[in-house]
Design a protein around this ligand. Structure first.
Ligand SMILES: [Zn+2]
Length: 86
């Protein structure tokens, strides 16, 4: 398995957690589940509301959307969990 620099903190790490070191990966997963939990009960929420209520930075939320971890559809943000099997 090859080594990469963590995309977030730059630490040299094994390339097995989407390019992140274990610490940063866990932190990201925690932030993503925060946003997803929020969206389960607030499916109409826009980006600014997500940021305001979860405390996750705009940059991070945009990144999660870009990576397909959170889906914005017709102006609504939705957790990817809404799709079965994909
Ligand atoms: Zn890191």
């Amino acid at each position: 398995m090859r080594l990469v620099n963590c995309k977030h903190c730059g630490l040299l790490t094994l390339d097995r957690l989407e390019g992140y070191c274990p610490d940063c990966w866990h932190e990201r997963e925690m932030l993503i589940s925060l946003v997803k939990d929020f969206l389960v009960f607030n499916s109409q929420a826009g980006l600014s509301e997500i940021v305001e209520h979860t405390g996750v930075s705009t940059l991070s939320v945009v990144q999660f959307i870009h990576e397909g971890r959170i889906i914005i559809s017709q102006g609504e943000a939705r957790p990817r969990l809404a799709y079965g099997g994909r």
